[in-house]
Write a protein that binds this ligand. Structure first.
Ligand SMILES: Nc1ncnc2c1ncn2[C@@H]1O[C@H](COP(=O)(O)OP(=O)(O)OP(=O)(O)O)[C@@H](O)[C@H]1O
Length: 268
């Protein structure tokens, strides 16, 4: 059974058809990267899967259960969401933000138990950010805040994590830190990740580090190419999707000792 299965999903805003006949699936320990130009429907697709948009038919299954049949609390135990940017005006401490991930396990008006606090500490430790615990979340840098969002999702203990452009607005170093953590989550903890990204090279990098990764390349609300990064991302498909000329470079990744692909745009 797949963790996530999407069958023939179409979605319209008013009479604007934004998603057309989307099929995809994610199993345990797999990553699916959604690639595609601005406005092609990536966020709408994530929102349909998260249940933000109401669906009427039999299109989305989480852990074998039809999305509409899962109540909010149960859904929060199956899938967690890591937003692109998260603004928090109240001066919460990091540990308070992360403990919010425990909400589906806390009953009614109950407070987090010792066990919840331990889980929070353990996830902060697993991401090497335990030193942030007492810091005020809204004062963190973009990269630090993104790690805290990942920590909150891990505290939620779901097998599937949905990320909307997890490295948007991050500098080169922080982008690498987030990607390494994604690799660890999948390889060490068998997590599954659905992520929208603007960077085809992210998919190549995950592949070269031995992650089981696929890409869905979208254009105008449709998935036009679907498969392993090294099999579907190339000069032709990128030209079709984004309308830009590129060149794929292949080189030996000294760390992984495998041939890694990288795509660069060739400016005209
Ligand atoms: N709430 C809405 N009501 C009407 N149209 C919307 C709404 N949200 C998005 N759209 C439209 O749906 C299309 C897909 O938008 P979406 O945000 O899913 O694209 P995206 O691929 O995530 O874009 P980006 O890469 O810029 O984040 C766009 O044409 C957008 O204008």
């Amino acid at each position: 059974m797949q963790l996530l299965e999407v069958n023939d999903l179409s979605f319209t805003y008013g009479n604007h058809e934004v998603l057309k006949n989307i099929d995809l699936s994610i199993g345990a320990g797999e990553v699916l990267c959604i690639l595609g130009p601005n406005g092609c429907g990536k966020t709408t697709l994530l929102d349909c899967i998260l249940g933000v948009h109401r669906l009427a038919g039999l299109q989305v299954y989480l852990n074998g259960q039809l999305l509409q049949n899962i109540n909010v609390k149960e859904k929060a135990k199956l899938v967690s969401y890591i937003p692109q940017k998260h603004k928090e005006s109240f001066p919460y401490r990091v540990k308070e933000i992360v403990v919010m991930g425990r909400a589906p396990y806390i009953s009614g008006f109950g407070a987090p138990k010792k066990e919840d606090q331990e889980i929070v500490y353990n996830v902060l430790k697993s991401l090497n950010i335990e030193a942030f615990a007492e810091k005020i979340y809204s004062r963190l840098s973009g990269g630090e805040a993104q790690l805290v969002m990942i920590a909150r999702a891990l505290a939620q203990e779901t097998d599937l994590l949905v990320m909307d452009e997890p490295t948007a607005a991050l500098d080169f170093k922080n982008e690498g830190i987030i990607l390494s953590n994604i690799i660890k989550l999948v390889k060490d903890q068998n997590k599954s990740i659905l992520m929208a990204t603007h960077f085809p090279n992210h998919a190549f990098q995950l592949e070269s580090y031995g992650v089981s990764v696929k890409v869905a390349m979208m254009k105008d609300g449709e998935i036009k190419y679907y498969g392993k990064p090294s099999e579907v991302i190339n000069e032709k498909t990128i030209q079709d999707i984004y309308g830009v000329k590129t060149q794929i470079i292949r080189y030996n990744n000294k760390k992984t000792k495998v041939v890694q692909h990288s795509i660069v745009s060739t400016l005209e």
